[in-house]
Design a protein. Structure first.
Length: 443
C-alpha cells in the first residue's frame, strides 16, 4: 500500500518527463483503461415539447479531449524501474450534428476522430447516424446506427443483447458505437410502453435479422418490463426488469433466462481446447440497491449504489491460474508427417479467440459506486467505484475527480488499481495501476 501511494505521488514527474514513455506499441492493458466524460447522445437528442415540434433548427456541437494514460505493471512495485511504466497518449474529437424538422422529425450524426501520436495514426468512425420520425404521434421510429437505452442497472445489463458496446465499469473516452437497425416505440399515456428493435447490422437476408421487444408498464410506484430477444440459430432470451423505491432505497433489477447459451466458452475435451456453446439453461441476474444523501449543505449531493451480479454460465474455476499447455482442436503448425499440434494455456486461448469479457467472466460479482456531485467547489465532483470477482478475490478500484469550468473547459484525474492474487481476472496481464489525466473543451 505504501508503494501504491508513492506511485500516485510520482505521477506528475512521470507525465512531465518524456524519458518515462516506454514503447507501448503492444498495449494489452489498454482494455482496462477506458473512461469517459462525454455526454450521452440521449441527452442531446431528446423529445421536444409539442409547442416546439413545428420549429426547424440545425445545431453543431462537439467536444475535444486530450488523454494521457500511464500504465504501471506489478514489477514496477518491486524495483520502481522506469522500464516497467508505459505511456499512451491520444486526442479524440466528436462532432455532433443535430437537425430538427417540423412534426417531430429529427436527424443526428456523431463523427468521431482520434489521433494517436505514437504511430501518427488517425482513426475516423461514425458512432451514430440516425433519423427520427413518427406516424401521427402514435408510433415513433428511429432508423439507423444508434445506441439504445436498454436495461436499468448501473454496471451489468443482462437483458441488453442489442448494443454493440456494453456499458463499461470504467467508461471509455468517446461515445459507444451504435447498433444498426430500426427502433419502434408505441406509448400508451404514462402507464404502458411498447418497444421493439430490428437489428440488421450483420444481416445478409431477412431470416438473419435479430429482433427484440419489450412491454413496459407501471404498477403502483414500480416500473417493470418483460422483454424477449431472438435470432435464427440462437436460443431466445427472455428478460424481466424493474425499478422501484422501498423504505427509502432505490431498487433496480434485471433477469435474463434462455434454454441454452448464445456465446462460446472454452471447453476442454481429452486434453484439447475448443470453443463450444452450452445447452444448459442460462440465468443472469443483477440487483442494484442505492440511495442519495445530503452532502454537507448540498441536497442529494452524495449517491451510493451497491450491485450484485450472478451469471450461471460463468466459469466456476479460475482459467487464468491454469498454466498447463493444451492442444487446440483441429489446429496444427504443419502438415503430413511433421505435423505439430499447437499448445496454449487456457488464458491465451481466451484472448486469442476474443472469449474474455471484462466483469462478465465468473459467476459471482459485487460492485459499489459512490459519487459526490460537489467537493468544496461547485465545479469539482468525485467518485469511487469498485468491482469484485468474488470467486477469485480479484478487484478493480477506480477513483478520481472531474473539474468543469464555466467556459466549458474540463479536466479530470482518474486512478485505477488492480488487486488480487497473481493470475486472476484483473491481474493476469500483470496490471497494477493506471493513471489517466484528461483535459478538453466542449462547444
Amino acid at each position: 500500500m505504501i508503494k501504491f501511494i508513492f506511485a500516485i505521488l510520482t505521477i506528475s514527474t512521470f507525465f512531465l518527463n518524456p524519458a518515462f514513455a516506454s514503447d507501448p506499441s503492444v498495449d494489452e492493458n489498454a482494455m482496462f483503461s477506458d473512461t469517459s466524460s462525454i455526454t450521452s447522445s440521449k441527452d442531446i437528442v431528446d423529445n421536444k415539447t409539442i409547442s416546439e415540434k413545428d420549429q426547424k433548427s440545425v445545431s453543431l456541437s462537439g467536444q475535444i479531449v486530450d488523454a494521457n494514460i500511464g500504465n504501471f505493471n506489478r514489477d514496477w512495485f518491486d524495483d520502481l524501474h522506469r522500464s516497467n511504466l508505459q505511456l499512451s497518449t491520444f486526442v479524440l474529437g466528436n462532432l455532433l450534428l443535430d437537425i430538427r424538422l417540423p412534426q417531430g422529425a429529427k436527424a443526428f450524426a456523431n463523427l468521431q476522430t482520434e489521433y494517436i501520436p505514437l504511430d501518427s495514426a488517425v482513426l475516423v468512425s461514425l458512432q451514430e447516424l440516425f433519423i427520427d420520425g413518427n406516424l401521427k404521434n402514435y408510433v415513433f421510429l428511429r432508423l439507423g446506427k444508434q445506441v439504445l437505452q436498454w436495461g436499468r442497472c448501473d454496471i451489468w445489463n443482462p437483458t441488453d443483447l442489442i448494443n454493440v458496446e456494453k456499458k463499461l465499469f470504467i467508461q471509455k473516452i468517446g461515445y459507444r458505437e451504435g447498433a444498426y437497425g430500426i427502433k419502434l416505440h408505441i406509448p400508451f399515456g404514462t402507464t404502458y410502453n411498447i418497444y421493439g428493435f430490428l437489428d440488421t447490422r450483420e444481416a445478409s437476408s431477412i431470416d438473419s435479422i435479430a429482433a427484440a421487444g419489450k412491454f413496459e408498464f407501471l404498477v403502483g410506484g414500480t416500473e417493470m418490463a418483460f422483454s424477449m430477444w431472438d435470432k435464427k440459430y440462437c436460443h431466445p432470451v427472455f428478460g424481466y426488469d424493474f425499478s422501484t423505491r422501498l423504505v427509502g432505497l432505490d431498487l433496480t433489477g434485471e433477469l435474463a433466462v434462455s434454454d441454452g447459451s448464445n456465446s462460446f466458452t472454452v471447453q476442454e475435451q481429452n486434453g484439447m481446447l475448443e470453443e463450444a456453446k452450452s445447452s444448459d439453461w442460462q440465468t443472469r441476474l443483477c440487483i442494484d440497491v442505492g440511495r442519495d444523501f445530503n452532502f454537507f449543505d448540498i441536497s442529494q449531493g452524495l449517491s451510493i449504489t451497491g450491485s450484485f451480479y450472478y451469471d450461471k454460465g460463468g466459469y466456476s474455476d479460475n482459467l487464468f491460474a491454469d498454466t498447463t499447455h493444451y492442444e487446440i482442436k483441429n489446429l496444427i503448425t504443419a502438415s503430413g508427417a511433421n505435423a505439430t499440434p499447437v499448445t496454449v494455456t487456457k488464458a491465451a486461448f481466451l484472448t486469442m479467440n476474443n472469449l474474455y469479457q471484462l466483469n462478465d467472466f465468473s459467476r459471482y460479482y459485487v460492485g459499489l459506486d459512490i459519487e459526490i456531485s460537489r467537493i468544496i467547489l461547485s465545479a469539482l465532483s468525485g467518485y469511487l467505484k469498485v468491482v469484485n470477482n468474488i470467486q477469485q478475490s480479484s478487484t478493480i478500484l477506480t477513483t478520481g475527480v472531474n473539474f468543469v469550468s464555466l467556459n466549458e473547459f474540463f479536466t479530470g484525474l482518474m486512478i485505477n488499481g488492480y488487486f488480487g492474487p497473481k493470475n486472476t481476472e484483473y491481474t493476469f496481464l500483470n496490471q497494477a495501476m493506471t493513471v489517466q489525466i484528461t483535459a478538453g473543451v466542449t462547444f
